[in-house]
Ligand binder design. Structure first.
Ligand SMILES: [Zn+2]
Length: 247
């Protein structure tokens, strides 16, 4: 379950969202091209811009909208062993519960997760049972994705003395404030723990934007590949998914 906060024209509305509802929101948001970012506790932030009529006649203004999904049970620390177990389950379409000496274990085609670990994965809400099969919960999926794409930006160099052989070594000779002869390096690199991002921004806010674009791109790809329901099952029993996204 998620706490769902919708920022709309008249303020914010709080409610709860089931995994099914949250999944539908994400799938629809991705189809509409809305920006999605996942969070390490296993939640998500959906943002988009609407063009609405402004106060005057014939004025159209941009209005920012968002939906925040915060899990009631955050995924917590995803250690190497937990991630390895979750990878096993996610990668095996036959994963299911089995009984061993009266205790529940998770079994795949060629592997099993012992009872103690199975109990912990269940208690942490990382696995769910669907139609007799064990699969990852939405919070587990989102938490893993956030863990795989931890971005950071480097501190700009700032003022420095030109090094020997610097092609711009003589730049800025007339700068005031003791900066004569010094160079300013405002550039900042954006990198991601996945290794798939190495971008450079002219300043740190540009680097942060590049990092955010990367996180949004991987989230959009994940939602399109993993969360898009088959045709005909594109419905959530709540009946208000569409409303949430047209606030
Ligand atoms: Zn990444």
């Amino acid at each position: 379950m998620y706490r769902e906060t919708i920022a709309h024209a008249h303020g914010t509305t709080e409610g709860t969202a089931s995994e099914q509802h949250a999944t539908m929101l994400l799938a629809r948001a991705a189809r509409r091209g809305y920006a999605i970012e996942v969070t390490t506790p296993g939640g998500a932030l959906i943002t988009w811009t609407r063009h609405v009529f402004g106060p005057g006649e014939n004025t159209v203004v941009r209005a920012d909208r968002s939906i925040t999904l915060e899990p009631f049970t955050p995924v917590g620390t995803l250690s190497d062993t937990v991630r390895a177990d979750l990878d096993l389950i996610a990668g095996d379409p036959h994963a299911r519960y089995a009984e061993e000496n009266g205790r529940r274990v998770i079994r795949g085609l060629v592997w099993r997760i012992p009872a103690f670990t199975t109990a912990r994965l269940r208690a942490r809400g990382l696995v769910v049972e669907e139609e007799g099969l064990v699969c990852l919960s939405l919070t587990a999926h989102l938490g893993l994705l956030a863990h795989a794409h931890r971005t950071r930006t480097t501190t700009p160099e700032g003022w420095r003395r030109p090094s020997a052989g610097d092609p711009y070594g003589s730049a800025g000779l007339n700068r005031p404030g003791g900066r004569a002869g010094m160079l300013y390096g405002g550039g900042s690199a954006a990198v991601c723990s996945c290794g798939g991002l190495s971008a450079f921004g002219g300043d740190r806010s540009e680097a942060r934007r590049l990092a955010r674009e990367h996180r949004r791109a991987v989230a959009a790809a994940f939602v399109a590949e993993q969360l898009t329901p088959p045709p005909g099952r594109d419905r959530c029993s709540c009946g208000r998914c569409a409303d949430c996204l047209t606030a």
